[in-house]
Design a protein around this ligand. Sequence first.
Ligand SMILES: Cc1cc2nc3c(=O)[nH]c(=O)nc-3n(C[C@H](O)[C@H](O)[C@H](O)COP(=O)(O)OP(=O)(O)OC[C@H]3O[C@@H](n4cnc5c(N)ncnc54)[C@H](O)[C@@H]3O)c2cc1C
Length: 448
Amino acid sequence: MEWLLELEEEFDQEIIHQKETYVKKMSQDYYWYSPILKKTLANRYGDCVISPRTEEELIEVVSFACKRKIPIVSRGGGTGNYGQIIPLKGGIVLDTSKLKKEIEIKDGTATFQAGAKLGFIEKTLRAKDQELRFFPSTYMKSTLAGFIAGGTGGIGSIEHGTLWDEGNVLELTVITMEEKPRRLKVKKQEELAQYIHSYGISGIITEATIATAKKTNWHDVLVYFDSLDEALLFSEKLAISTHLKKRLVSVCEAPLSNFFTPLKSFTNDSQATILLQIDSKQKQDLLQLIVESGGMSDDTFAAFIKEKHLRVSDFSWNHVTLWWLKEHEDDTYLQGRFDPTCYLAQVHEIKRRFGDEVLIHFEWIKVKGQIVPSSQPVIRYSTDNRLQEIIDGFREIGIKVSNPHTYILEEGGKDDWIDDICTAKKENDPYSLLNPGKTKRVSTKQFS
Ligand SMILES: Cc1cc2nc3c(=O)[nH]c(=O)nc-3n(C[C@H](O)[C@H](O)[C@H](O)COP(=O)(O)OP(=O)(O)OC[C@H]3O[C@@H](n4cnc5c(N)ncnc54)[C@H](O)[C@@H]3O)c2cc1C
């Protein structure tokens, strides 16, 4: 390809990667969680990977690509689940991992470059008596901008909500995909929403300022109940408690937790489990609530986690699915938000219709101030049609499904924001070169 030769002439070799195996690896995320995406997205790769070392270098790459109408897909840690970083039209995989500097930490806010890993940010913040408000369970690998442009929420969302909740993402620096790229400073809530969970189609984030929380010493607890109902009712009580401060309330139907291999000595295949992180000052209050609710816990769990250098995040959110897939590689999962006013009845109806084809996994989170049960149930996959029947079944009984089996943004349940994202896209990416093919609202026919 001629542009690859020009690229070599214009840029330092150090930032250009063309080795086929490397380009293929960097063109992929965890899309294989979905048997449907596994089929549709196999063998889609970029033509090269470019890893700019500075924002100035990134801007030069963007200008180079725009002048030649070469697509760009921004890449953070590559931990997305929906083929978000998979280039559908080839082009450049823009690896942001070298843009990882701390810009500024103030009391209550932190600004880092796009490619800073969330694990690094958390460590840096904790040394300054602060912490991330919330983070995905992949935080050791995933980047600040990758989370903002590809994620939703995570550990801490029970207290602080999700990326869309006002006051969590405060400012973004965005580079436009134009011959002369503009450097935008985005601060207003309605404008920030044009870049949140946008798959990078509306601009390239180079810096982000997020709100932080005051550091808490978290205590890890595993609670067991003989029945799923008891576990769910206990988890709800804890989730809505304004007295107990928590970072995680994660519920797994049996036998999901029995596949958390490193925790084998704490799990079994018959009890429902709840993984919790609570303020260590409130251990006794929690214990009392566990006893009152008929649950059991093992007080050696926290010490075990620490001693083995494990993290509760490794066993919550979409890591629950990952542990299951390690032993059931053909299975998959769904994402759905149950109705907090009748979630138990919805669970019963799901179990009545689908039995053990659906294994319940809840993460309690806050959305616009309301505590709600979001869920990532494991699905025992058999066929695409059956998977669709299960999705339809969820929707019929009022569970809001965010379909993880599509790479099209608006089909994944993020239809509320897609018009705003596309408004920014039209202004910032006039040739539709950023991550083309990830929305149906903007034509990409010049590349097909
Ligand atoms: C085991 C597992 C557990 C997970 N748990 C969670 C969870 O708890 N919560 C959650 O929300 N998600 C979760 N995810 C999904 C994913 O890990 C997160 O969304 C993560 O934050 C993505 O970050 P990343 O750096 O890996 O992004 P990538 O996968 O690299 O990119 C994600 C999207 O952001 C875009 N992007 C990346 N960098 C930029 C940039 N600089 N400018 C513009 N766009 C950019 C990419 O093009 C892509 O569309 C999980 C996934 C797995 C596999």
